[in-house]
Design a protein around this ligand. Structure first.
Ligand SMILES: Nc1nc2c(ncn2[C@@H]2O[C@H](COP(=O)(O)OP(=O)(O)OP(=O)(O)O)[C@@H](O)[C@H]2O)c(=O)[nH]1
Length: 374
């Protein structure tokens, strides 16, 4: 028996409507997938850029400044947990000339509680003016923002904040999956870069006095001499040595001797400019490199340092007061005058400053001697 379906216009119509509905659903899914693909590609490019940024200040500036456009926000800030000043030490010691903007450092982990309460996950806000003023600058107009906790091994290491003038930029229904993944990469990059840079920093400083060490001195002196040569500017070098330091150790003990050395570095440092370099050459001997400084200024600075050290009153463990003196050897390299070979210039300048120091010691100590570069 043959079965004939009767033509049913309303059924056809319903199918057509259903067909249209499915088609537009499919279109919107395709559109969403394409958008996701685009967003995925964008975040991948950002993450790739981060992973290839080896220097801390450039990484920070990338995050807070360069990425504004790619992340489609007007304001970005970063708060880093820095209980031991590790980040700040790296920036100050390795990159004193590079400015970093919109980065806050905190020793107080409870500051992150104020941002995240107990939920350490991406959070979108639209009306929290109080928090937005803390996270971004006071003047910034922020109508919606996203806060991303930066975590390593379940511990917070920082917080990354994206702020928009547009209230619809971050809405509660928005998915934050891509941002959460991005925050993980940011955390890894920050931690890795900070660790590597911290090791670099430690390899260049003297642990006792926190001045630069001899390795750093040689590296910097080479660079500074090349710069002085390019700019035709004089460069002076000071060798500062405490007189009869052995007696301090013998009389008051090694710990007091160490404390004196720390103190001496603190006395010398404020007499130098930010572009000068102070290093512990070894033992009780410090070296200062003074770019763009002729012999007259170098002698004045040396005399001031010598007086300040001589006037300082030190105390032993049993509160016995004592003074110390120092001798300073100085030399100046002037590219306008010294047109000879530049080979072993670093060694020569150190040798001549050291010779000048030897002369100061031989002449009775507690004095500055300038010796011409030859
Ligand atoms: N406390 C302490 N002493 C150190 C350190 N490094 C070197 N010294 C001491 O510094 C002293 C240097 O002695 P000398 O080289 O004889 O020089 P000086 O006694 O300062 O005599 P002059 O330099 O000739 O005036 C030695 O006793 C070293 O043990 C250190 O890191 N801490």
């Amino acid at each position: 028996m043959a079965i004939f379906h009767q033509y049913n216009p309303s059924r056809e119509q319903a199918l057509e409507i259903e067909n249209q509905r499915l088609k537009s659903l499919l279109d919107s899914l395709v559109e969403k997938a394409e958008l996701n693909q685009k967003t995925y590609g964008k975040f991948q490019r950002l993450e790739f850029e981060l992973l290839h940024t080896a220097h801390l200040p450039f990484l920070l500036n990338k995050l807070t400044t360069d990425f504004k456009q790619q992340l489609d926000v007007e304001h970005i800030s970063l708060m880093l947990y820095d209980p031991y000043d590790t980040f700040q030490e790296i920036l100050e010691s390795i990159y004193p000339d590079v400015a970093v903007s919109n980065v806050m450092f905190t020793k107080d982990a409870t500051q992150f509680d104020a941002i995240y309460q107990s939920r350490l996950e991406p959070q979108i806000r639209q009306t929290n003016r109080f928090l937005s003023q803390i996270l971004f600058s006071r003047e910034a107009t922020v109508r919606s923002f996203l806060t991303l906790p930066l975590l390593r091994n379940n511990l917070i290491i920082g917080s990354y904040h994206l702020g928009s003038v547009n209230q619809q930029r971050f809405t509660p229904e928005m998915s934050t999956d891509f941002y959460a993944h991005f925050a993980q990469i940011v955390s890894i990059c920050l931690e890795n870069t900070a660790n590597t840079e911290h090791l670099k920093h430690l390899s260049l400083i003297d642990p006792l006095t926190k001045t630069k060490n001899r390795r750093c001195l040689y590296q910097s002196l080479e660079k500074e001499l090349a710069r002085a040569d390019r700019n035709m500017l004089p460069l002076s070098c000071l060798f500062i040595d405490i007189d009869h330091f052995k007696r301090i150790n013998d009389q008051y003990g090694h710990t007091i001797g160490d404390r004196v050395l720390e103190h001496i570095a603190q006395i010398i440092q404020p007499n130098l400019r930010a572009t000068d370099l102070l290093a512990r050459f070894g033992g009780e001997e410090f070296t200062a490199v003074l770019p763009n400084c002729d012999e007259h200024v170098a002698e004045k600075i040396s005399e001031r340092i010598r007086h300040m050290i001589g006037n300082q009153v030190f105390s032993s463990n049993d509160e016995t007061k004592f003074n110390i003196t120092c001798s300073i050897g100085i030399t100046t390299w002037n590219p306008a005058r010294h047109t000879g070979s530049k080979e072993s210039l670093v060694d020569s300048i150190i040798r001549i400053a050291d010779d000048a120091l030897y002369e100061a010691k031989s002449a009775g100590r507690n004095r500055c001697v300038w010796k011409a570069f030859h």
